[in-house]
Design a binder for this molecule. Structure first.
Ligand SMILES: Nc1ncnc2c1ncn2[C@@H]1O[C@H](COP(=O)(O)OP(=O)(O)OP(=O)(O)O)[C@@H](O)[C@H]1O
Length: 303
């Protein structure tokens, strides 16, 4: 469990994090979202004891990071995929970390296997692709078998296979009861990976919600296809919907649930060949939340 309470962090006159409070629960993957400069990395750095808070607190398992006796066994972090000496092999890098944290060689083998790097364990990290370096970062974070995982922009630069791998790995780690928090500035990047999102802007919490709730918040359309589209349009308009005809007998219906559309077609004996809810994208909901922040930044950029 991660608990951030009234956390403020200032760098000189710039307030990076502004009285931020939130909790991250175990068992689910939580996304920490916000536009560039929103304060995500700063918050993670405070959580990891790399920066001191100006005020407020940030704890992991009830303790500040610097009070945790064996940090690697409590919290694993993936901050920067390039923070590994390029001349070292993957196995050496992990073995060194394990030794300095009192962990056995067995753990190195286990985490290499878990992230699928066993076959390249003896290769120098300098020759690794970004995806392989990200895997190595996750392996290092898992060395101490921690209950909490923090990942800063882990999806950045990964290809489709890498994203899929990360998604299933993080989901599996959460399913084991771990607390998993990953940051991103793009909703689309993490929409399929996270269960819950914390959205921040200008250092403040804008929202904390399950992804499903955020998805349902925006307006939704129903797309229905029928060989008698014109008749169906008349029926649906009669029920108060706004109906826009598309191609191939498709109608875009606003103002009715899919069930109501299907039932109305059945009552009128109009065949339906397709019926789908087209949700406002999560990205839309996210942009709406962070819109004011983006405007502020654009003005700042223009100035
Ligand atoms: N060490 C620092 N010294 C001064 N200002 C900093 C420092 N670190 C961050 N900031 C400022 O604090 C604000 C928040 O930055 P932070 O890196 O936490 O945002 P972020 O949400 O992680 O952004 P990004 O998605 O771009 O990584 C920004 O305005 C940034 O310029």
């Amino acid at each position: 469990m991660i608990v951030v309470t009234e956390l403020t962090k200032r760098y000189g006159r710039r307030t990076a994090v502004d009285r931020l409070s939130f909790e991250v629960r175990p068992g689910v993957v939580t996304g920490f979202l916000g536009p560039n400069g929103a304060g995500k990395s700063t918050t993670l750095r405070v959580l990891l004891g790399l920066h001191r808070p100006t005020s407020g607190s940030a704890t992991i398992g009830g303790r500040r990071y610097d009070r945790i006796r064996r940090p690697l066994r409590e919290v694993g972090a993936v901050l920067d995929a390039d923070a590994v000496h390029p001349g070292r092999t993957a196995a050496d890098h992990l073995a060194c970390l394990a030794r300095s944290n009192g962990l056995g060689a067995r753990r190195v083998r286990d985490v290499l296997a878990r992230v699928g790097l066993t076959d390249v364990a003896g290769r120098r990290v300098g020759g690794f692709s970004l995806g392989m370096r990200q895997r190595l970062g996750v392996a290092a974070a898992l060395l101490g078998d921690p209950a909490v995982l923090l990942l800063d922009e882990p999806v950045n630069g990964l290809d489709a296979a890498g994203v899929r791998w990360l998604r299933s790995t993080l989901r599996a780690l959460a399913a084991e009861g771990r607390t998993v928090l990953l940051s991103s500035h793009l909703m689309a990047e993490v929409a399929l990976t996270v269960d819950h999102v914390l959205v921040i802007g200008r250092g403040r919490l804008l929202d904390s919600a399950p992804v499903a709730a955020l998805r349902n918040r925006g307006a939704t359309d129903v797309v229905v296809r029928s060989p008698r589209a014109a008749d169906l349009a008349t029926v649906l308009t009669g029920l108060g919907a706004s109906v826009t005809p598309g191609v191939d007998g498709e109608l875009v219906v606003v103002g009715l649930d899919p069930a109501v559309v299907g039932d109305a077609a059945a009552r009128a004996a109009i065949p339906v060949h397709g019926l789908t809810r087209r949700g406002a994208s999560l990205e839309d909901a996210y942009l709406e939340l962070t819109g004011a922040e983006a405007e502020y930044r654009n003005e700042e950029g223009a100035a």
